[in-house]
Ligand binder design. Sequence first.
Ligand SMILES: Cc1cc2nc3c(=O)[nH]c(=O)nc-3n(C[C@H](O)[C@H](O)[C@H](O)COP(=O)(O)O)c2cc1C
Length: 155
Amino acid sequence: MKVLIVYDSVSPNKMTKAVAQTIGEVLGEKGIEADTRYFAEVDKSAIKNYDCAIVGGPTMAFRPSKGIAQFLDSLPKNEFNGKRAAAFDTKVKMAINGDASKGIEKKLKGLGFTIFKPPLEVYVQGLGKNMYQFKDGELEKAKNWAQEAASTLSG
Ligand SMILES: Cc1cc2nc3c(=O)[nH]c(=O)nc-3n(C[C@H](O)[C@H](O)[C@H](O)COP(=O)(O)O)c2cc1C
């Protein structure tokens, strides 16, 4: 079982990157080989060598960030049938909340991936000047999600 974790992260504190790294660490601790990559550094021709993709990005204007959306749109359509995937995102809690993870999940399904787990949604808090920190307990939530993902993938 080889897992590719792909993320975009835009703000200076790189919150989504931290979530991606947390997922990668937990999978590694559970004995699953996991590579964590910024979307622009992914070798697209090598994705087919992985059994599973976990893809995340920050929510921007109620959608996945441009980087991760364009990355997914640029992938070939028929290479991933039968492979497993899941989405994650970061966002602030707003009255109207669009989710990056829903958009990412839809694109993954469109590429032929089978979604093996509902998305991980991680809430951040704005500190001003495009700086963010995790809301209390959110990184813990990410760890738990990754532990469950590891059990599903190794089962
Ligand atoms: C231009 C812009 C638009 C944003 N739009 C949303 C949004 O629609 N919903 C939301 O919950 N958060 C929104 N945010 C907050 C981002 O989700 C937050 O910056 C992100 O989680 C930080 O992750 P990163 O450090 O990985 O970039 C927005 C932030 C920016 C800068």
